[in-house]
Design a protein around this ligand. Structure first.
Ligand SMILES: *Cc1c(COP(=O)(O)O)cnc(C)c1O
Length: 217
């Protein structure tokens, strides 16, 4: 099925750039997918999933987790501070940290709960006004601020503008991560994950190429 095909393509992309296949984690993005498709991927043994909304994840993942061990959930969409507590309960990794207010809310919860999801800082590499993410010029300062709060920032995440060559954005993200001493690179989706692997992605976020088209109706 599609999952195996995507794994094979990731392996090939790793081979081509002299990387080990295990150096890339495949996050299966299950947002807006029917439970039957998600279940098929769980049955294949895959355990790493991504969701965009806290609310949607809360509605479906507790039940899947009762039936399947070892599920790791990644939050890919924007996080509001009033949803941070619920996000803490559900997610192992958050990819969308992008402003001081949310960084502080996460730090407070981490103190209270004694644990914290691993974090990626989202960067608005295309400097698009409508898009989430820290502006590139503000990134180094924001990463320093997160570190001063004791937050476990493990890498950077980006979603390139739809009409631009993604490789340029992936390369920029890699450069910014290196400059900040960060190893994680969350980049690459269904249409461009091989290019992302070539630029050093450690986490690719693939939805429709695994599950089929989403139902937005
Ligand atoms: C939906 C989504 C994806 C997956 O997109 P596909 O094109 O279906 O692979 C990846 N990352 C983020 C942040 C998303 O919102």
């Amino acid at each position: 099925m599609a999952l195996q095909e995507i794994r094979d393509r990731i392996s090939k992309a790793c081979d081509s750039s002299g990387r080990a296949a295990e150096s890339v984690q495949l996050i299966a993005v299950s947002k807006l997918q029917p439970d039957s498709r998600v279940e098929a991927v769980l049955e294949e043994g895959h355990r790493v999933f991504g969701e965009n909304r806290v609310q949607e994840a809360a509605g479906k993942w507790p039940a899947f987790r009762q039936r399947y061990d070892g599920v790791k959930l990644h939050l890919l969409g924007p996080l509001q501070s009033n949803k941070a507590r619920q996000a803490f309960e559900l997610f192992d990794v958050i990819h969308s940290v992008d402003r001081p207010k949310i960084a502080k809310a996460i730090a407070r919860l981490a103190d209270e709960m004694g644990h914290c999801p691993n974090l990626f800082v989202q960067v608005n590499t295309g400097e698009e006004p409508q898009k989430a993410g820290v502006m590139p010029d503000d990134l180094d300062g924001f990463v320093a601020e997160c570190r001063a709060l004791g937050l476990p920032v493990i890498g950077l995440m980006c979603i390139p503008p739809v009409d631009e060559e993604p490789s340029l954005h992936f390369a920029l993200l890699a450069k910014m991560a290196k400059r900040n001493g960060l190893e994680g690179l969350s980049m690459g989706m269904s249409g461009d994950f091989e290019k992302a692997v070539a630029q050093g992605a450690t986490h690719v976020r693939v939805g429709s190429a695994i599950f089929g088209a989403r139902d937005y109706s």
